[in-house]
Design a protein around this ligand. Structure first.
Ligand code: SF4
Ligand code: SF4
Length: 601
C-alpha cells in the first residue's frame, strides 16, 4: 500500500500494539495521530500541548502500555522537561516519541535539528529515510524501548513525513509487558537520591546501546565502486543514492548513539569520506571527534533542505543548472481566507496605534499587507508574555499601546500561564483571544474549547470567559469580530483600562465543514454607487477585486472621468461575513438579495 511517512508511523505503532497515543497538532507531524485514531483499540488524543502529551504517554508506559507521543520539532522544546527525566525513569511499556523536523521552514517559525535532543537527553534515536522504513523503524523502536528500558526518539523530516511510498503491512507484534499498576518508586520517583542512581544506570544503558548500534541491522554498509565513501542518514541517504548511485555508503538507521566500530571499519577502506546531512553537522562532529578525517558542512549547506543536485555539486565542485527551469507563477501573497473572522479584528486593530504582540496561528498572516497588524511572533503562547514584558519595560506609558493576540488553541496550549502572570504581577495588558472554534492552522483539529475529542466524542467544553475570570481577570468581553465598528470601540476602551482585560472574539473558522454548509449572504458592489475610494480593499479580502478603468470607460459607465476603477466582489469567493459593507461610506456594498443583480457586479 502507498502511505505517507506519517501514515506509515501510525501503521507501525498499531502493529506494535500501541495502546495510548497523544500529540499536539503541528506540521509536519499532524497526520500521525489523525491516522492512528482510525485504528480500533488505540486511545488517541489531542493534548493541550506537547509537554502534556509526553507526560500522558510516560504515565501509560509506567502502567505497561506501549505508547506514542508525536509533535513537530518545536513541540519537543515544550516537552523537553519530561523528556529529559524520562531518560532517567525509563519505561515499562515501550515509549516512542516522534519529532518531525522541518528543514527549510515550510511551516515553522524556526529550523532546528532535533538530533541534538537525542544527544543531550541521552535517548536513542532512529531516523527513517522513507515510508517503508518509517513503519519498520517504529516497530523496532518499541522493541528497543522495552529491551533497554528507555524512551526512543524517531526523527523524521518534512519529506519523509509527507511523501508517499510503498509500505507492506505486517503481523501484530506480541506484547511482552503485562499491563497493570506496578509500584517501583526507586525507578519512578526522581528525588535526588534515586535520580543519582538512575544517572549511573543511564550511562550503563548508553554503553549497551552503543554496542547494540554496532550490529543493529538498520546501520548498513552498502558496498560500491571507488574509494569515495558517504556517511549519511534519513532523507539525505536518498539524495546521496540519487547523486552517486554506485558509491559506497554507510547509512545510519540509528542516529544516536553511534556505531563507532562500524564507522571506523567503513572509513578505513575509503580514501575520502563525505558526511551528507541536512541542518547541523551532527554526524560530522562525532566522526571528526573520533579522529576520522571527513568533509561535511564545508561543502554541504548548514541550513535548508538539500537535494541530489546540491550533493553532486558539493562533492564534485562543479556548478550544475537545476534540472527544471524555475516556473514563473503569478505572485500570490499569503492571505486570510475570504470571510475569515480574524480579518475583522485586525482591521479594527489597525485603526488603533498599538504594538500587536502576536502568536502562532493563521492570524499571523495579519503581518502581510494590507492589514500589517502583527508586530511580533515568537512561539506558541509567547504573545501574552511578550506584551506584558513590554508593559513592564515601559511602565505606565505602555497603557493603551500594547495588546496580545492569541488563538483559542494556542491560549490553552501555553497562553494561560502568561495571563496568570499579568494578573498576579498587577499588569494592565489587554489580551485578545481569537476563538474560532478550532485549531485552524494545522488543519482544523479539535481542542479543549471545541467540545469534541479527536475521536469525535462530545466532551466538556472549556468556558474561556469563565477560565479567564477564574485566574483573576475581572474584565472579560465577548465580541463578534465581523462587527468591526463594535470591535474597534471595545478595544479602544479596553487598551486604556489600567487593569488586565480579555477580549474574546467569537466566530467560527469559515472552513469548518459545518460553516461551509451554511448558506451565507453573498455581497456585491452596486457599480453606480462605487466611487473607487478603495476603502474596502484595505480589508484585504480576496473576494474583493479592483477593476481599473480608462477615462473613456469611466465616462461610458457613468462614473466621474477621473475615477481610476471600481471594486467588484467575486461571488464564488465571497463568504458573506459582511465585514466590507459597513466600511463603504457610499452604501455601494449590499447583500445580493437586498438590491443587487448579476449585471451590477
Ligand atoms: S465599494 Fe465602496 S468602499 Fe469599495 S471602493 Fe467602492 S466606494 Fe469605496
Ligand atoms: S462579505 Fe465582504 S469581506 Fe466578507 S467575504 Fe464577502 S466580500 Fe469578503
Amino acid at each position: 500500500m502507498l502511505l505517507s511517512g506519517n501514515e506509515a508511523i501510525a501503521l507501525g505503532a498499531f502493529e506494535a500494539g500501541v495502546k495510548v497515543a497523544s500529540a499536539y497538532p503541528g506540521t509536519p507531524s499532524t497526520e500521525i495521530l489523525e491516522s492512528l485514531s482510525r485504528f480500533s483499540g488505540v486511545y488517541t488524543e489531542w493534548a493541550p500541548n506537547e509537554k502534556v502529551a509526553v507526560e500522558v504517554c510516560l504515565g501509560a508506559s509506567f502502567a505497561g502500555a506501549r505508547t506514542l507521543a508525536a509533535m513537530k520539532h518545536v513541540g519537543l522544546n515544550v516537552a523537553a522537561d519530561p523528556l529529559f527525566t524520562s531518560a532517567y525513569t525509563g519505561v515499562r511499556g515501550g515509549f516512542v516519541i516522534v519529532t518531525a523536523d522541518d528543514p527549510e521552514m515550510h511551516s515553522s517559525q524556526n529550523e532546528q535539528d532535533n538530533r541534538n535532543y537525542a544527544f543531550a537527553a541521552k535517548i536513542p534515536m532512529l531516523e527513517p529515510a522513507d515510508s517503508f522504513e518509517a513503519k519498520e523503524f517504529t516497530r523496532r523502536a518499541f522493541e528497543i524501548s522495552e529491551a533497554f528500558d528507555t524512551p526512543v526518539l524517531i526523527r523524521t523530516t518534512t519529506r519523509v513525513s509527507h511523501v508517499k511510498g510503498v509500505v507492506t503491512p505486517g503481523e501484530l507484534m506480541d506484547l511482552k509487558v503485562e499491563p497493570g499498576i506496578v509500584k517501583d518508586p526507586d525507578k519512578f520517583v526522581m528525588l535526588p537520591v534515586n535520580a543519582r542512581k538512575r544517572r549511573a544506570a543511564l550511562e550503563d544503558r548508553l554503553a549497551r546501546l552503543r554496542e547494540f548500534a554496532e550490529t543493529f541491522p538498520e546501520n548498513v554498509i552498502e558496498p560500491g565502486r571507488g574509494k569515495r565513501g558517504f556517511i549519511t542518514s534519513g532523507v539525505s541517504y536518498l539524495h546521496v543514492k540519487e547523486a552517486f548511485p554506485d558509491a559506497p555508503v554507510l547509512k545510519l538507521g540509528m542516529i544516536y548513539p553511534f556505531p563507532e566500530k562500524l564507522i571506523r571499519s567503513f572509513a578505513e577502506k575509503m580514501e575520502e569520506i563525505f558526511i551528507v546531512e541536512e541542518l547541523d553537522p551532527f554526524i560530522e562532529l562525532h566522526v571528526k571527534a573520533m579522529g576520522v578525517p571527513c568533509r561535511g558542512k564545508e561543502v554541504i549547506p548548514a541550513y535548508g533542505e538539500i537535494d541530489a543536485r546540491v550533493v553532486r555539486q558539493a562533492v564534485t565542485g562543479i556548478a550544475e543548472e537545476p534540472a527544471f527551469a524555475p516556473v514563473e507563477v503569478p505572485a500570490r501573497p499569503p492571505n486570510l481566507c475570504p470571510g475569515c473572522p480574524h480579518r475583522g479584528l485586525f482591521f479594527a486593530l489597525s485603526r488603533l496605534d498599538v504594538f500587536v504582540a502576536g502568536d502562532i496561528g493563521c492570524y499571523t498572516l495579519a503581518f502581510f499587507k494590507p492589514l500589517e497588524t502583527m508586530d511580533s511572533c515568537v512561539c506558541m503562547g509567547a504573545s501574552i508574555g511578550n506584551a506584558f514584558g513590554m508593559e513592564k519595560a515601559i511602565g505606565k506609558d505602555a497603557l493603551g499601546k500594547v495588546v496580545a493576540v492569541i488563538g483559542d488553541s494556542t491560549f490553552i496550549h501555553s497562553g494561560i500561564t502568561g495571563l496568570i502572570d499579568i494578573v498576579y504581577n498587577r499588569g494592565f495588558s489587554t489580551v485578545i483571544i481569537l476563538d474560532n472554534r478550532t485549531t485552524a492552522m494545522t488543519g482544523q483539529q479539535e481542542n479543549p474549547v471545541t467540545g469534541q475529542t479527536l475521536s469525535g466524542e462530545k466532551t466538556v467544553e472549556v468556558d474561556l470567559p469563565a477560565l479567564c475570570r477564574a485566574v483573576g481577570v475581572e474584565h472579560v468581553y465577548r465580541i463578534n469580530p465581523n462587527d468591526i465598528e463594535k470591535t474597534y470601540q471595545l478595544l479602544k476602551r479596553e487598551v486604556e483600562r489600567p487593569e488586565p482585560s480579555v477580549v474574546i472574539t467569537e466566530y467560527p473558522c469559515v472552513l469548518l465543514p459545518v460553516e461551509k454548509q451554511k448558506k451565507k449572504p453573498v455581497h456585491l458592489v452596486i457599480l453606480e454607487k462605487c466611487t473607487g475610494c478603495r476603502t474596502c480593499l484595505k480589508l484585504g479580502c480576496p473576494a474583493i477585486e479592483w477593476v481599473p478603468v480608462t477615462e473613456e470607460e469611466a465616462v461610458r459607465l457613468g462614473m466621474r472621468p477621473n475615477q481610476k476603477g471600481y471594486a467588484r466582489i467575486n461571488p464564488v469567493l465571497c463568504d458573506g461575513c459582511g465585514q466590507c459593507a459597513p466600511l463603504c461610506k457610499f452604501q455601494a456594498i449590499v447583500i445580493e438579495e437586498e438590491g443587487g443583480s448579476e449585471g451590477e457586479r
